[in-house]
Ligand binder design. Structure first.
Ligand code: NAD
Length: 507
């Protein structure tokens, strides 16, 4: 692993020259500064310099955005358009995003500190999701019941739910908004979107493309700003019909409680503490590769991080030794370098929190067999790939979401014990099972309480497959063929033809 991180200032200057640096709010089809004139400055977590300035939305800006979204839904053409027309517009938007893929990717790398090659992959994935959603716009349909007799017909139709508040986190800024917004639009909804105050650039850039694609004014409104100031009212305002939130379980719970006063529909994608179960008959090379990938991908700042490695005791010593060797070679470096695998952590405060988790694990008796703290660098905040071994399932490091490049290894003695440990935390987002034996791989996968379980692979995803969590990892699913339907209400039309049988006839 690189000991001291050197940053290439020429490459940084070239990248900065290619991206927008100053972003206004996007409300009712126009960019404008915040009413208060306030701004938020984003310092690159890798380079330590100011890379973006966003307008800081306040209550007055949110008011305008909600009015615009409400009017675009109640009076506008968008919800009434044919699915084919909305689909055509969403396909056009996907093409426009793809044409600017490098700019979107560079913004997410500069603001979030993620490796540029990974950010490009995320953007390609996002474009694919926009296209999938465009297809679903044409396939939204209900049900009919013709079984109530000759003079009755039951129709269950789907109508767009209305105005949707979309609130997203900083770890996959453009990918996560792409798991929500295109499906809301496919269904005919309008939206107010609030990206994280740390990574708003790519979401605001989307505003530049909407009119060219043919999205009418007011259908999508994008506000950069802080959670308590505008995120919270986005969950309580009566003009909002549904909230689609991705973020921490802590804030997610507060959002659900706040939204209960107006009983909004809630879609919640929250935290995870995802186990990878490795059995003695696994393809060890593949399992190790996935374990390293799962622990350090996106610097571990990933809801899906496979950071809880449950390893059978018969292979644990060998597995741990090889895992440490491979972790040592993970390239932690300047995220603008295309060879970098792990970039910077999102903020100095977050780095300190992650280090605190590791220090606490040590105090509780775990072994830190690699890393454990920050790496020396010219600027920014980078953390060493870190391995916590000899962890017990009851330790905080084995139960809490760490959100840093930290793998925790726990040994198990039997399949039953592995399943018990896997299911023993508050979360249930994802898991993986490594075994060449069909009964072990599939049988254990079925016993794990998580929204996604991979067998002999890790973190594969597809727009066709639903994603979301059991228990405190969330409510509802994103992606998959029901993703647009999720942004609809069902309405029953019960039709009668011919003479009606009277309830009461006067004698
Ligand atoms: P966070 O909960 O701090 O913030 C998420 C968003 O909520 C931000 O836009 C923030 O400004 C906003 N917010 C803050 N306070 C709010 C409030 N009171 N009301 C409404 N909105 C408010 O999360 P984060 O630190 O940005 O992201 C990391 C978390 O996101 C991790 O826990 C991670 O597991 C989770 N995550 C989950 C998924 C998933 O699909 N399950 C995907 C990515 C990230």
């Amino acid at each position: 692993m690189t000991a001291a991180i050197r940053l290439d200032s020429t490459r940084l200057a070239e990248t900065l020259a290619r991206v927008p640096r100053s972003h206004e709010l996007f409300v009712n089809g126009r960019f404008a500064p915040a009413k208060s004139g306030k701004t938020i400055e984003r310092v690159s977590p890798a380079h330590g310099i100011k890379v973006s300035t966003y307008a800081e939305a306040g209550g007055a800006d949110l008011d305008l955005a909600l009015d615009a979204a409400r009017a675009a839904f109640d009076n506008g053409p968008w919800p009434a358009m044919s699915g084919a027309e909305r689909s055509r517009i969403l396909h056009k938007l996907a093409d426009l995003i793809e044409a600017k893929l490098d700019v979107f990717a560079a913004l997410d790398t500069l603001e979030a500190g993620k490796p540029i090659s990974q950010a490009r992959g995320e953007m390609a994935g996002a474009v694919d999701i926009w296209r999938y959603a465009a297809g679903l716009a044409r396939d939204l349909h209900g049900e009919t019941y013709s079984t109530f007799g000759a003079n009755k017909l039951g129709l269950v139709v789907r109508e767009p739910i209305g105005v949707v508040s979309i609130i997203t986190p900083w770890n996959f800024p453009f990918l996560i908004v792409s798991q929500k917004l295109p499906f809301a639009l496919a269904a005919g909804c309008t939206a107010v979107v609030k990206p994280s105050e740390m990574t708003s650039g790519s979401t605001l850039l989307l505003g530049q493309l909407l009119a060219e694609a043919g999205i009418p004014e007011g259908v999508v409104n994008i506000l950069s700003g802080y959670g308590p100031q505008i995120g919270a009212p986005m969950t309580t305002d009566p003009r909002v019909d549904m909230v689609s939130f991705t973020g921490s379980t802590r804030v997610g719970k507060a959002a659900v409680a706040a939204a209960s006063a107006t009983l909004k529909k809630m879609s919640m994608e929250l935290g995870g503490k995802n186990p990878q179960l490795v059995f003695p008959d696994a393809d060890m090379d593949a399992a190790l590769d996935a374990a390293v990938f799962g622990a350090y991908f996106n610097a571990g700042e990933c809801c899906n991080a496979g950071s809880r490695l449950l390893v059978h005791q018969d292979i644990a010593a060998e597995f741990e030794a090889e895992f440490v060797e491979r972790s040592r070679k993970v390239v932690v470096d300047d995220p603008l370098d295309s060879r970098t695998l792990v970039g910077a952590l999102i903020s100095p405060q977050h780095l300190a929190l992650v280090e605190g988790h590791v220090a606490n694990a040590k105090l509780q008796g775990a072994d830190i067999t690699l890393g454990g703290g920050r790496l020396e660098s010219e600027a920014g905040q980078f953390m060493a790939a870190t391995v916590v071994a000899q962890a017990r399932p009851s330790m905080a490091i084995a139960r809490d979401e760490v959100f840093g490049p930290v793998a925790t290894i726990i040994r198990f003695a039997s399949a039953d014990e592995a399943v018990t440990i896997a299911n023993s935390v508050d979360y249930g987002l994802s898991a993986s099972v490594w075994s060449r034996d069909f009964d072990t791989a599939v049988g254990i996968a079925r016993r794990i309480r998580a929204g996604t379980v991979w067998t002999n692979t890790f973190m594969d995803g597809a727009a066709e497959l639903p994603f979301g969590g059991f228990r405190q990892s969330g409510i509802g699913r994103e992606l998959g063929r029901n993703a647009a339907a999720d942004y609809t209400e069902e309405k029953t039309l019960h039709l009668h033809c011919g003479p009606r049988t009277a309830w009461w006839l006067p004698r």
